[in-house]
Design a protein around this ligand. Structure first.
Ligand SMILES: Cc1cc2nc3c(=O)[nH]c(=O)nc-3n(C[C@H](O)[C@H](O)[C@H](O)COP(=O)(O)O)c2cc1C
Length: 198
């Protein structure tokens, strides 16, 4: 069984609907640990050694967050800047993260059709995730197809939101239990495209 660490970033969880639903769906699952960065570090003073020790205990690192200005909330950027240091995450002798898997789990306001050349976001969502996928590669990690909950504001129906949470849960469990082969994972752009395969 793979050990999963969900590094969660949301500056106002009390106002969240999408991320809160996703978190609820994956709470209390064996082998899946949620680490809420704003809860642990409300002053943004990140304990680098503690974070690196936590990473060492896990195989799959999930970065769950809302998309903010085509990127991540501020604390996750701070976390990346501090924790992925030279000699640990990258550099000639570095192997702190080598072989681990990186999964971005992202909620967006924009609808899927807005993420293309003709849409108001001008580019596919995957283009905006390039800084993350390349960071993963530089650190010797395997980039997994991201889990995306699109068009959040249109998702008024609580049942539809609940189903998204269940999709997330099913997919994390499949990753934990290694029920998705490397070939399957390499064959899709988005993790949800594998729902029928599990
Ligand atoms: C500061 C800020 C920046 C945002 N930037 C984007 C963006 O670049 N693209 C997008 O699709 N949605 C954007 N949104 C919408 C959020 O992604 C959306 O509200 C969030 O994913 C919903 O999740 P929640 O209910 O957990 O907060 C932004 C929202 C805020 C507050």
């Amino acid at each position: 069984m793979k050990r999963i660490l969900v590094i969660f970033s949301h500056p106002a969880l009390q106002r969240s609907r999408a991320n809160r639903e996703l978190l609820l769906a994956i709470s209390n699952l064996e082998g899946i640990r949620v680490h809420d960065l704003y809860q642990h570090y409300p002053d943004l003073l990140i304990d680098v050694k503690r974070e690196q020790a936590l990473l060492a205990e896990h195989d799959i690192i999930v970065f769950q967050h809302p998309l903010y200005w085509y990127s991540c909330p501020a604390i996750m950027k701070e976390w990346l800047d501090l924790v992925l240091e030279y000699g640990y995450a990258y550099g000639p002798e570095a192997n702190g993260l080598a072989g681990k898997q990186w999964l971005s789990a992202i909620t967006t306001g924009g609808a899927p059709e807005s993420y293309c050349e003709a849409g108001y976001n001008s580019s596919p969502l995957l283009d905006f995730l390039r800084p993350f996928s390349q960071t993963a590669r530089l650190c010797g990690m395997h980039w997994l197809p991201p889990f995306v909950l699109h068009s959040f504001h249109k998702l008024k129906d609580p049942e539809a939101l609940r189903r998204c949470g269940q999709d997330y849960r099913q997919l994390l469990l499949a990753l934990r239990d290694e029920r998705l082969s490397p070939a399957q994972l390499a064959g899709v752009d988005y993790l949800r495209d594998l729902l029928e395969a599990i």
